[in-house]
Ligand binder design. Structure first.
Ligand code: DC
Length: 226
């Protein structure tokens, strides 16, 4: 049987994971999957369907019942893909400050993680994939052939997010972005289930002072060694 390859890229928000993973996936002809989208879609669903995000059982049930599709981009507005929640295009809605503020809580629920991890593993075991998240190398695909953990200082990551919002014409204060990011980092790395940390066999790359091209080259070099 042909050996299907999996590349796991984990790290905190705005460490460059999605940008790098997308480039690497394109070079290799692999599928690219950003698993954060799924947790964002569940969070948005809770907001839109008026499910109280503090009600763990209700959010867990919701995660089991919604449909989340990720498709090639149908609109030329800088998006990397279309995200479809129960038939509706929510590509930009899942990036809203409301979702940012609640996604850590929602993604800490066991039922939500179980439902999303099962969907992610199913994809990862049947496709050559570059999968991005917080727990890909540790929980979702511990058998991944290459594990990378991308990091950067929280200030640099907040600036990156600030620029992204700016480019979309949504001026958000840097300080607010920085604060939300610090809170999210803390929550994601101290939660009980599948917390954010580098797998012992992951290669850690600090992207603070590196360009996208430099990080991509480092990752491609690692991949070429497998
Ligand atoms: O990468 P992101 O900012 O889009 O992720 C959104 C949230 O989802 C983040 O706060 C943590 C959570 N997440 C997770 O718990 N596990 C993953 N594999 C991916 C994201």
């Amino acid at each position: 049987m042909q050996h299907i390859r999996a590349i796991a890229i984990d790290g905190p928000a705005a460490s460059g994971k999605s940008t790098i993973a997308k480039r690497v996936a394109k070079k290799l002809g692999y599928l690219y999957l950003d698993t954060g989208i799924m947790y964002r879609a569940v969070t948005l669903a809770a907001i839109v369907y008026a499910v109280n995000v503090d009600d763990e059982k209700a959010v867990n049930r919701l995660a089991e019942s919604i449909s989340i599709d990720i498709k090639p981009p149908s609109v030329d507005d800088n998006r990397q893909y279309d995200v479809i929640l129960d038939g509706k295009d929510v590509t930009w809605d899942i990036r809203s400050p409301d979702v940012n503020a609640n996604v850590s809580l929602v993604s800490s629920y066991a039922g939500v993680r179980k439902a999303m991890t099962a969907r992610q593993r199913e994809i990862g075991l049947h496709n050559p994939v570059v999968m991005v998240g917080r727990d890909i190398g540790t929980v979702v695909l511990p058998e991944a052939d290459v594990k990378i953990y991308l990091d950067a200082s929280v200030e640099e990551r907040a600036w990156r997010r600030h620029r992204e919002f700016d480019e979309r014409g949504e001026g958000l204060h840097y300080d607010r972005i920085l604060r939300t990011m610090q809170e999210r980092d803390h929550f994601d790395s101290t939660r009980e289930l599948a917390p954010l940390y580098a797998a012992p066999d992951a290669i850690i790359i600090d992207t603070t002072n590196l360009t996208i091209d430099e990080v991509t080259a480092q990752v491609m070099e690692l991949v070429s060694q497998i």
